[in-house]
Design a protein around this ligand. Structure first.
Ligand SMILES: *Cc1c(COP(=O)(O)O)cnc(C)c1O
Length: 393
């Protein structure tokens, strides 16, 4: 018999399956959009981050095609050696203008942006003060920095202050998600900024779910609260509302100059490709020109949430178009997701460790791409499945 050195891997998989926490990854056979094809069937997509429907927008497709003709497909190198092309600098500038900051640096993803900025700003002997529900990429950025991590209770300003008032070594960095993606609530950024200032700490916000959603024409959480110039570091992604792929850090010109010298994913991982960059530029242009898509997203979100509540579903504490349908046990969420799929709704379950134990849910992601008739179809199916499962009357 051969030795099975990977037996533990099989055990982990079996455990996940038994606990209903195994990720069944569905394959989409069509472009992204309100409706997608899965297993040969058209289903209503209610779980993508394509908030504004830009992922398959004709102008973005055209921009990517033109970028291939003009600049080819590969970046050739890391940005710090031979990978910075004029298009990258154009995008850096466009992001800075859109976010109303001095400068920005685009990276390969939002995840990478956190890994880039956190270890550059703080290290051994410093302190990171982090909201307990922050995204995994912030948690990993914090770990990678080797700074001491102190966690405050979610959105609890008394808890944040008690951490800040304690003994903290070295530089202190307070970090929060802008919009918490699993619940849809918005960080109390004005209070966070005030407390950070009081205790001499740096502030950082990861606005992945705020861009294209909050603020004027989707400029994000800093614009939403009119806190321009008061947040030291903004991290963002292009992979959600912007509709493409990539990430960025935005802030002062000096911060960006510093990151170009010190941020390891900038120095050691290759640049975004020209089609990514040009499609992203086009997306930012579309947002800058019109708030129409953002308005439609919010109209859709308000409508869907209100109708779900009327039908007796618990949609949590969301303040944004994100609509979590709170179900409790992972088993219930798994079953509901499966039944919805059978009824033409693609809405995936979210369980531990993405959300705490006992707080499993179906997270409905509303998009500007949804028509009112799509939302009505979804409401009908949720009601039917909810009744069949005895979750609502
Ligand atoms: C999605 C997300 C990221 C990761 O962004 P990618 O560009 O997909 O890597 C980072 N932070 C937060 C808060 C997110 O929600």
């Amino acid at each position: 018999m051969t030795e099975n050195r990977l037996a533990f891997v099989e055990q982990v998989i079996a455990d996940l399956q038994e606990q209903n926490l195994y990720n069944n990854i569905r394959t989409i056979q069509s472009p992204q959009g309100a409706w997608v094809t899965i297993e040969g069937r058209k289903v209503l997509n209610m779980c993508s981050n394509n908030y504004l429907g830009l992922a398959n927008h004709p102008a973005l497709r055209e921009a990517a095609r033109k970028a291939i003709d003009d600049y080819g497909v590969g970046p050739g190198a890391v940005r710090s050696i031979a990978g910075t092309m004029t298009v990258h600098e154009e995008l850096d500038k466009a992001v800075a203008a859109f976010k109303r900051v001095e400068a920005a640096l685009t990276l390969q993803s939002g995840f990478m942006a956190n890994l880039a900025v956190m270890p550059a700003l703080v290290g051994k002997g410093d302190t990171i003060v982090s909201d307990e529900l922050n995204h995994a990429s912030i948690i990993d950025g914090a770990r990678l920095s080797r700074a001491k991590v102190k966690v405050f209770k979610h959105a609890d300003m008394a808890s944040l202050e008690s951490v800040l008032a304690g003994e903290n070594e070295g530089r202190v960095l307070v970090v929060t998600d802008g919009v918490f993606s699993m619940d849809g609530d918005i960080a109390k950024l004005p209070e966070i900024v005030k407390l950070a200032k009081k205790y001499g700490a740096l502030t950082m916000v990861d606005d992945a779910h705020g861009e294209g959603v909050l603020g004027e024409n989707g400029r994000g959480i800093v614009d939403h609260f009119k806190l321009h110039g008061q947040v030291d570091v903004e991290v963002g992604t292009f992979s959600k509302a912007i509709g493409t792929v990539g990430g960025f850090v935005a802030g002062s010109a000096k911060l960006i100059e510093f990151l170009k010298q010190k941020a390891r994913p900038f120095l050691f991982s290759s640049a975004l490709t020209p089609p990514d960059v040009m499609a992203t530029l086009e997306s930012i242009k579309i947002l800058t020109d019109s708030g129409e898509l953002v308005d439609r997203l919010w109209d859709n979100g308000r409508y869907f949430k209100a109708e779900m509540q009327k039908r007796g579903f618990d949609v949590g504490v969301s303040e944004t178009p994100i609509t979590p349908v709170m179900l409790g046990e992972a088993e219930v969420a798994a079953e509901m997701s499966m039944r919805l799929f059978d009824n033409g709704i693609f809405a995936s379950k979210i369980g531990f460790p993405t959300v705490p134990q006992g707080k499993a849910r179906i997270r409905v992601m509303i998009s500007a791409a949804h028509e009112k008739s799509d939302l009505d179809f979804a409401l009908e199916q949720f009601t039917k499945v909810g009744r069949d499962m005895g979750l609502i009357k």
